[in-house]
Design a binder for this molecule. Sequence first.
Ligand code: ARG
Length: 465
Amino acid sequence: MSKQTKKPWQGRFTESTNEFVEEFTASIKFDQTLAIYDIRCSLAHAEMLASEGIILKKEGSTIIKGLKGIEKDIKKGNLSWSLELEDIHMNIENELIRRIGEVGKKLHTGRSRNDQVATDLRLYLRDITDQITHYLKHLQKALLELAEKETFTIFPGFTHLQVAQPISFAHHMMAWFEMIDRDIDRFNDYRKRLNVLPLGSAALAGTSYKINRAQVASILGFDSVSKNSMDAVSDRDFAIEFCSNSSLLIMHLSRWAEELILWSTPQYDFISLPDSFCTGSSIMPQKKNPDVPELVRGKTGRVYGSLFNLLTLMKAQPLAYNKDNQEDKEPVFDTANTIKDCLKAFILLVPEISVNREKMATAATQGFSTATDLADYLVKKGIAFRDSHETVGKIVQHAIQSNCLLSEIKLEVFQSFSKLIDNDIYEILSLEGSLNSRTSYGGTSPSNIEIAIKEAKQRLFNVSL
Ligand code: ARG
């Protein structure tokens, strides 16, 4: 575009914009992401202006036809954007006027870039939110499939990263499933607050034209219209909340990533990740590095960073719109792309995890993981839990000194600690026995897990995957 491009707001200016300032204030480099949403917003606005008689029907159809032509070219990648026209809104409006002439100048009747940008960004985030919840459900499905295969796989449950009690590996997968379920819930709840139309607030005070905001809302699929024009043009809670939900989500992904990284080390050797998801070392020929989970863990920082970026962006802004708000886009776009990529990575990775059941079971025998079962056994024989805890502590001490597992202690030795211990103790001390006994609601027994998986499938029931 030529240097002489006329800026839509040029009227009151006597000097042209300083070249650096032009570059510094422009957002077109990044807000072109909103192009399609800006067109949708303008199409709805034009339709409303025409049906309310604010512009002629014929003018409305010419504008709509022009906008649709621009939309086609945007989708084909045939449009180039101009820095001088500052942002996506002025670029599209200018292109419309170039294509359809004078009548294009009527599109901006009764609106401002302030309510336009707030609307565009909400439309964009609504799509992203729907994509994210869709991905999350895919991920849940992958977890369920893994859990179904590994319901009877014994795994060491950890606390303080020390072996604590045997659990089913599926129980661990279902714990991840629950984290994701809360994320889905949060994004769904957020969508209600997001899906409110700001357009029609104009610059800050509303407009004197007899606009029909409900009509625009219905065309664009918004559930309601904003109630206060000042709030509507300046509010960025919806961008912050998106980053906040995303931060919680990536915190969950990062926790999984950390576990996957640990479990795939030779020290743990619980799982192996496919070669296609790992990379090698340029110097150490033997290395296979878990880059994908490492990157997911690493990307957590930029998502948290975006949340703090936006919170800080908003903290001292007086009402109503300020140019500061232009800074909201890059963190939002970056967060959206990062989250989508990380979810894609895990959706692809989870089905490829290969489980080393033997190593898991062996590790579950370590650390006297069935000591609690022994304590519970004594309680069921009539001893108070505190006393049985004390007795079992002594038995564990004996096992440490004799360098043996609890299940390797002879019955006479057990009985020297408590006469109540009988031959049936060996079943109690077995990993399977321990697992099967954990039948309290939400506990790890395989019978529970089967129900939990069934129930989880029902939650996903309506989803086309
Ligand atoms: N590019 C601007 C933004 O991203 C659009 C709104 C501009 N409004 C204004 N009064 N300068 O926020």
